[in-house]
Design a protein around this ligand. Structure first.
Ligand code: THU
Length: 152
């Protein structure tokens, strides 16, 4: 009975370790997300989003939201980063940092797009002061996701 508590604590810690990055990598990713945000084209919403996507090979792709007068043609920052990476042949993603004025979380479509490539990707959402609003795996943000396995 007295082994139950340490075992439970370990179960809680293992997922956290599994997706943790070194602090240096987190800092670089956050810096790149801010860089991405500088290019945000958001004349309609004025909600400027920057993203930085880390691949397993260690490369970082930045992204920003690109709005359009049609509204529907708008592309989110996360998807910009993903599409940049995939179009260059990089599909193995480890983490993504997203910066917005209020630390907002990736939208549903972006969660779905990220899920396609790695349901366990680490998602770090921060605000413009650098405060992390949340840091969790995608499957925590998008539980019971529909994905490639459904179509096998
Ligand atoms: N936006 C993103 O770039 N990422 C998200 O996950 C949420 C929304 C953008 C789209 C649009 O340009 C603006 O934020 C307001 O919705």
């Amino acid at each position: 009975m007295n082994y139950l508590l340490p075992v439970m604590a370990l179960c809680l810690l293992i997922p956290a370790f599994a997706v943790s990055l070194e602090q240096g990598q987190v800092d670089e990713l956050v810096e790149k997300a801010f860089e991405g945000q500088k290019h945000s084209y958001a004349p309609y919403s004025h909600y400027h989003v920057g993203a930085a996507l880390l691949t397993k090979s260690g490369k970082i792709y930045t992204g920003c939201n690109v709005e359009n007068a049609s509204y529907g043609g708008t592309n989110c920052a996360e998807r910009t980063a993903v599409f940049k990476a995939v179009s260059e042949g990089d599909k193995e993603f480890e983490a993504i940092a997203v910066v917005t004025k209020d630390g907002g979380s990736p939208c549903g479509i972006c969660r779905q797009i990220l899920n396609e490539f790695n349901p366990k990707i680490l998602v770090i959402a921060l605000d413009e002061t650098g405060r992390v609003h949340h840091q969790m795996t995608l499957d925590q943000l998008l539980p019971h996701a529909f994905g490639p396995a459904n179509l096998e």
